[in-house]
Write a protein that binds this ligand. Structure first.
Ligand code: NZQ
Ligand code: ZN
Length: 402
């Protein structure tokens, strides 16, 4: 086991009706002025926003509303939020929505806490936010894990750069997780979320680190639960237990638990961020789904045993001791079939893009030649283009679904 730090200070309120406690919760922390931050309108439509406003009013907490966050949230909107918070003397940002809303809130919080620094410098890792406004969350979509993570991912429309960085300031003060709030999430977004949750653990599982048995077993158990819950939620959107499993797994998958004692680099995420940075209409989970199996096939020859372990323990494949590569490949194929069964793309053509931007995306992914991705083998520009190309040629399974 490698040395590690583990810091998850976020207070979790999990279960039915917990969003109605939000006024009481904020009051218990002593804040009086809040900005409610939300997305494109799902929270208005569901009536959640009304309930949140009511809960704040009941506890005499003043608030302003700031909506309009789009999936793959932008720096320009976050900058507007910073201005508003300063002008209104906001003390806490309450993010009500999915990962995009949470990340936008985190970015605003950093900006307000460090008024003399251009916030994009944080994403370029040239500056560190020393303080930030506190962020609380009411999560409406199980996917990103942002409700407990140290990460914040934002797109700078100037150049189409999607970048993330980790900071202690990004761990929300509290997160309210009511699985019922995810009943209205579409089949497509449920599929994207299931993939993203799996990927946060898979990216920690498939790294060059030494074996860590406890961490492996936690990861494999989480993956098995998510696979089953994802299947059920796809068919029965109002199945509480399935939605609850996805929601809690989403948080645990990205709060560093399933990577403890192992190196983490999130290679496929790095490649996906270039994809949805270049094409903002692509949902993060769909981008991951379109890339993962091609990446896995590319690096599998360098980690056959690991992929075979995954196949046996997660997908119940039979171990072929004479030909472990065959077992390893069976696990990747099972993952691919599962993603496709959720209506997720398993190749880049399914996302409706061409292959003309792969060189540019790979350039950006290597920070214009300043880094390689430290995977089972080092991935530089050439290798990244090769993986994009493999994913492009992976075929279109749209017609074979379900
Ligand atoms: O904007 P509204 O109207 O709310 O609609 C959203 C949005 O269109 C909708 N939605 C959310 N909750 C709903 C709902 N629709 C119906 N009922 C509900 N209860 O779903 C759509 C997608 O929302 P979004 O927040 O974009 O999805 P997600 O939670 O998957 O977040 C994706 C973003 O998170 C980043 C991704 O890169 C992407 O930008 N990530 C953040 C991470 C982090 N901070 O730790 C880690 C992840 O790896 C990821 O990179
Ligand atoms: Zn992700």
């Amino acid at each position: 086991m490698e040395n590690f730090q583990f810091y998850t200070p976020t207070e979790i309120f999990f279960g039915k009706g917990t969003e109605n406690q939000v006024g009481e919760i904020i009051q218990s922390y002593g804040y009086h002025k809040v900005m409610i931050h939300f997305g494109g309108g799902s929270v208005r439509k569901s009536g959640l926003l009304d309930r949140v406003e009511h809960a704040l009013q009941e506890h005499d907490i003043a608030y302003i509303l700031f909506g309009g966050v789009q999936p793959n949230p932008t720096l320009s909107l976050a900058k507007q939020g910073m201005e508003l918070c300063r002008k209104e003397g906001v003390e806490l940002i309450l993010a009500v929505g999915g990962g995009s809303v949470l990340d936008s809130a985190k970015c605003i919080a950093d900006g307000v806490g460090n008024p003399d620094i251009d916030p994009w410098q944080f994403f370029l890792k040239k500056e560190v936010p020393k303080k930030a406004l506190p962020v609380g969350a009411i999560l409406t979509l199980s996917a990103s894990g942002s409700e407990m993570s140290a990460s914040c991912v934002i797109t700078n429309e100037d150049g189409g750069f999607k970048r993330g960085f980790n900071s202690k300031t990004h761990r929300p003060l509290f997160s309210i997780l009511n699985p019922e709030l995810t009943y209205t999430v579409s089949k497509f977004q449920t599929g994207c979320g299931t993939v993203d949750i799996m990927m946060h653990t898979l990216e920690r599982y498939f790294t060059k680190s030494k074996q860590v048995d406890l961490t492996d077993r936690l990861a494999e158990g989480l993956l098995k639960s998510v696979i089953e819950a994802g299947r059920i939620a796809d068919r029965e959107p109002e199945n509480y237990e399935a939605r609850a499993t996805l929601m809690w797994a989403g948080s645990l998958s990205h709060n560093d638990l399933t990577g403890a004692g192992r190196q983490v680099f999130m290679t496929v995420h790095q490649m996906e961020h270039e994809l949805s940075g270049m094409y903002p209409q692509i949902a993060h989970g769909a981008g991951l789904s379109a890339l993962f199996c091609s990446w896995a096939r590319y690096v599998c020859p360098y980690a056959v045993e690991r992929f075979a372990q995954y196949a046996v323990r997660v997908w119940n494949c039979e171990m072929n001791f004479e030909n472990p590569m065959q077992t390893a490949q069976a696990g990747i194929a099972a993952t691919e079939q599962y993603f496709a069964s959720l209506g997720m793309p398993v190749g880049l053509k399914e996302l409706g893009i061409t292959d003309e931007k792969f060189e540019e995306m790979a350039e950006k992914c290597t920070f214009f030649g300043q880094r390689t991705l430290p995977d089972y083998i080092e991935l530089g520009k050439e290798e990244i283009v090769a993986i994009y190309q493999m994913a492009y040629e992976a075929g279109d399974k749209t017609g074979e679904r379900r």
